[in-house]
Design a protein around this ligand. Structure first.
Ligand code: CMC
Length: 431
């Protein structure tokens, strides 16, 4: 029988505290510790290693078994049969759209793809060589100054309008961050194209030259978007929820999510993986880098390996690995030295006792970086593309939080380790 209560005995002066045990529809039961604060007891959990920060119906991960479901559908099925907008609809609405709903949703998103013309000036305020992620954080944040007509976060209609605007405009923002950085003119969205193709058009076309996406590459890009659409309560999603928990507007909340995603331990890993492969340079140097990754006195880690939740192969990585081979075959790049290096590194790490015993498998970003590089996407855009895809999940999670009657401003406590109390010392007496 499943336990329904947990008891903690904390201090002899206190009676044992009984705490309810909550069960979800799948996954671990959790001890509901909300009442602890009333007893003057707090828990300590840096990095939220053992904390469920919210209830959610959007994404389920079983890290031991390597499972990822969105609204109950396995990621493998979604990646095989859906396009990105269908998955976004699923995340946001809880059900896959029927044909009419899909058409309507696609039409709504297409109707919002352009940016307010004055937003161009915000791009132009950045240095020419600004990283696309820096530009995206700034431009998405500045949307609060352009689309403030629907920012009442407690109004479901306002939330829906903001969600559509974000989902529709984020590819334009991401593509323009690249265009600005590369010195090419901005390409306006083409609403006759699908979501993934439209982004590729805005990235690769110029006013003098059309871009016709290769269908294998367009499909691979669609998969990258689907596989990155949501991933439960990771650092950036938790950031979006925490920022949004104060009632902050959706554009500020998503801009904060993009900032959190940028770090190399999170979304920045795809860019960092390619940088690492470039630094390794040759198969003969792999051992040296594996040694460094194991050395506790060295801060170097094998980028694209390991995951906080998966102690098994990341199911997204398995799909992306297959896509990686398809793209490299299509482009005749099977003998590309960088790809060979990556495959050798993967093989060595998968056999190495250090990585095996810690269950460190290649993650999705190990392969997605290689795919994007083969597609001609520059390294600096990898994390921006992750942000574009994850916007679907951030919006869904942000909306779920705002619709939840139990939601409260996020306000963790701390274990204070500073000076307890001391008396003020005038400056002339300070040593
Ligand atoms: N290379 C070498 N050692 C590693 C690595 C790595 N990539 N990842 C974890 N370890 C070791 C770590 O040193 C520790 O060893 P020990 O037990 O001897 O101290 C053990 O494995 C557990 O690591 P941890 O840091 O406690 O694990 P975590 O859950 O806090 O970190 C992680 C997860 C993803 C931040 C980490 O694995 C990492 O830094 N990986 C490289 C960056 C990366 O690829 N990130 C992308 C994650 S997937 C995309 C996303 O969700 O954003």
């Amino acid at each position: 029988m499943k336990p329904t209560k947990a008891t903690i005995t904390f201090d002899n002066t206190l009676k044992p505290i009984e705490l309810p045990v909550l069960s979800g529809t799948a996954g671990n039961d959790v001890i509901d510790i909300r009442a602890l604060g009333k007893h003057g007891v707090f828990t300590y959990d840096p990095g939220f290693m053992s904390t469920a920060s919210c209830g959610s119906q959007i994404t389920f991960i079983d890290g031991e078994k390597g499972l990822l479901y969105h609204r109950g559908y396995p990621i493998e099925q979604l990646a095989e049969h859906c396009d990105f907008l269908e998955v976004s609809y699923l995340l946001m609405h809880g059900e896959l759209p029927n044909a009419t709903e899909k058409n309507e949703f696609t039409k709504t998103i297409s109707g919002h793809t352009m940016l307010h013309d004055q937003l161009n000036n915000i791009f132009r305020g950045f240095r020419r060589d600004a990283h696309p992620m820096a530009v995206m954080i700034g431009v998405v944040g500045s949307m609060s100054a352009f689309y403030f007509d629907a920012m009442d976060v407690y109004n479901p209609q306002h939330r829906a309008i903001s969600a559509h605007r974000l989902l529709a405009k984020i590819p334009t923002i991401a593509a323009w961050s690249y265009k600005y950085n590369s010195g090419q003119p901005f390409m306006y969205p083409k609403n006759s194209l699908n979501y993934a193709e439209n982004f590729m058009h805005m990235m690769f076309a110029t006013p003098c030259e059309e871009y016709t996406p290769n269908p294998v590459l367009a499909k691979a890009f669609e998969k990258i978007l689907i596989l990155h659409a949501d991933h439960e309560q990771n650092a950036s999603t938790s950031t979006v929820r925490l920022v949004g928990s104060s009632g902050a507007n959706p554009f500020a909340s998503i801009a904060a999510g993009i900032a959190s995603l940028w770090g190399p331990a999170h979304g920045g890993a795809n860019e960092a993986t390619l940088q690492m492969l470039e630094e390794i340079g040759d198969v003969s140097r792999i051992d040296e880098f594996i040694k460094r990754a194991k050395d506790k006195t060295d801060t170097f880690r094998l980028m694209g390996f390991g995951h906080r939740v998966y102690r098994n192969m990341d199911p997204r990585a398995a799909i992306m690995r297959k896509t990686c081979h398809e793209v490299l075959n299509e482009l005749g790049l099977q003998d590309d030295p960088m790809f060979k290096l990556a495959m050798e590194l993967e093989k060595i790490a998968l056999e190495d006792e250090y990585f095996v015993s810690r269950k460190l498998y290649p993650n999705v970003d190990f392969y997605s970086g290689i795919v994007m590089r083969a597609m001609g996407i520059p390294n600096s855009m990898f994390t921006a593309i992750f942000a574009l895809a994850r916007t679907a999940g951030w919006i869904a999670q942000w909306s779920e939080m705002n619709a939840d009657p139990e939601h409260k401003i996020g306000r963790p406590r701390q274990l204070y380790t500073g000076e307890a109390r001391r008396e003020f010392m005038p400056i002339e007496r300070r040593t």
